[in-house]
Design a protein around this ligand. Sequence first.
Ligand code: FAD
Length: 371
Amino acid sequence: MSKYLVVGAGLFGAVFAREAAKRGHEVTVIEKRDHVAGNIYTKEIDGIQVHQYGAHIFHTSNKDVWEYVQQFAEFNRYTNSPVANYKGKMYNLPFNMNTFTQMWGVRTPQEAMDKINEQRAEMAGKTPQNLEEQAISLIGRDIYEKLIKGYTEKQWGRKATELPAFIIKRVPVRLIYDNNYFNDDYQGIPKGGYTKLVENMLKHDKITVELDTDFFAKKDEYLQKFDRVVYTGPIDEFFDYKLGELEYRSLRFETEEKDVGNYQGNAVINYTDAETPYTRVIEHKHFEFGKGDPDKTIITREYPADWHKGDEPYYPVNNDRNNDLYAQYKEMADKEDAKVIFGGRLGQYKYYNMDQVIATALEAVNDEFGK
Ligand code: FAD
């Protein structure tokens, strides 16, 4: 039996720790924050599960992953159906017959397609040179200007005419009245929050969790003391930024308690105009169908932000520069640190949804212990 150190009590670390413990190994999990669950952490306030690092909806078509998580939590039937607010007018998302009816008063799929094609005609025969032209060529000007432009510009911090066309490869259009954002087979929110789910994964007599503990405070000692290390922090930090820093987009959250039972009538409202500085307002209680204090609610405004070293890294910026740099770090990792497994969104510098993180953690488990 080996002694494992897992750096990071996020989803990747928790799955790996659980599976190693299940196979009889001693596992120590260290986490630099004062809580487990990493970015999927939910904190209970007024009986409401507040998603502290951004709204998280579990969705997957991977049956094995879906069955895997059921061991640790019961999921509710939450279906993500965001609504867009453009200058006070509300539109259903994703783009579907409800949106087209609200936008143009059309009633049938044929009427909607005719309208979209009529709008796309302005780009006919032209090659889109930027994101704006690309979006118009795919979906037409009305949808672009009211539902894509402002939101995208806020997200990227740049004008749509200055963003490359390839960012939008296609605009999914649904010619049925269906506001379900995801096409996946399974979807939901763990009842009682994500923190409980991760706590249940880590509840095992062979797992010890140490919070407020930074790997870099005693890196050499840890590497000596443990047989194997699973590292889920930023890969460039592991190598002391020797080759340079990987870049991220960040987010700023502004959370507020309101003395009303129901503030906006939906969990997620996107603000798609350019003037409102935030992109989304989340009303957390709607993820659990209004559970919590009936006279109070918690909302969070989400502001996209540039990332500077020391800020929370949210989204990897997978451009050529960063992908090349990551590849070099990966090569170092493969060569130099045979006892370290790099995993998760920071260790692999990749945007992963939760189901993908679980799937890659289970792959790492198979590589380590065999199927
Ligand atoms: P993390 O959760 O980041 O865990 C890594 C942990 O390592 C952290 O707790 C960190 O503190 C710790 N750590 C780092 N360095 C050290 C160190 N030196 N010492 C000790 N500990 C360390 N996915 C979905 O499926 N659905 C969604 O709706 C969804 N929404 C999202 C919304 C936002 C805004 C973002 C940014 C992501 C969203 N995701 C969503 C993705 C989801 O958050 C990730 O898939 C998941 O959190 C990744 O887990 P992880 O274990 O790889 O990383």
